[in-house]
Write a protein that binds this ligand. Structure first.
Ligand SMILES: [Zn+2]
Length: 194
């Protein structure tokens, strides 16, 4: 009995599908890609987008030259960054005064298994956009909030948590499960972590 199912709609995959098929149809494959790469409108609507190289160097969408997290002339719209042929993926610049903050949790994901300390932080956050980092082993929790400077919080168990709201660019990974496409206020969570 064939028990493989489409990752998008859950339909059983049939004999006509290749043994490597993950989706029942092109429609499901495209829908799954859209879900995975969807980002909140609060981020899509800002000209803060760059490309990134395979080794995470930020690149200007228009030229492919190195981009700077402090030079707006090297940033682009989401649309232009998505369409750019340069580099290997997308990045987002956290610019001073934008009220966008990212909590960077390293080495907290092992496959689907989320480390208890990270699950605790995620549970403390109001529902907000969260993504799996490029490495596949970290989480980026995105939200609204402001920090005077980047913060690095080292936990007793050795895990590192970093938080940024300016002068940094984030290499985009992919959406964590069905994380909401909105940014919640993370001020209280940030305060509780320090
Ligand atoms: Zn399907």
């Amino acid at each position: 009995m064939n028990t493989r199912t489409c990752e998008q709609c859950g339909e059983h995959l049939r004999a006509r599908h290749s043994h490597r098929a993950r989706f029942c149809s092109t429609r499901c494959r495209v829908a799954a890609h859209r879900t995975r790469t969807a980002v909140p409108v609060e981020l899509r609507g800002r000209e803060r987008w760059v490309r990134r190289s395979a080794d995470k160097v930020p690149l200007t969408a228009g030229t492919g030259r190195p981009a700077s997290s402090t030079d707006p002339a090297t940033w682009a719209s989401h649309t232009d960054a998505v369409r750019s042929p340069h580099g290997a993926g997308l990045g987002y610049v956290l610019a001073d005064g934008d009220d966008v903050v990212v909590l960077d949790l390293d080495h907290c994901l092992d496959g689907e298994q989320l480390a208890p300390w990270a699950a605790e932080i995620l549970a403390a956050c109001p529902p907000t956009y969260t993504e799996v980092s490029l490495s596949g082993t970290g989480l980026h929790i995105w939200g609204r909030g402001r920090l005077a400077r980047g913060r690095r919080i080292r936990r007793p168990d050795g895990a590192a948590i970093e938080a940024y709201s300016s002068g940094r660019y984030i290499a985009l990974g992919h959406r964590y499960h069905q994380a909401p496409l909105q940014l919640a206020d993370l001020t209280e969570v940030l305060d509780s972590l320090t």
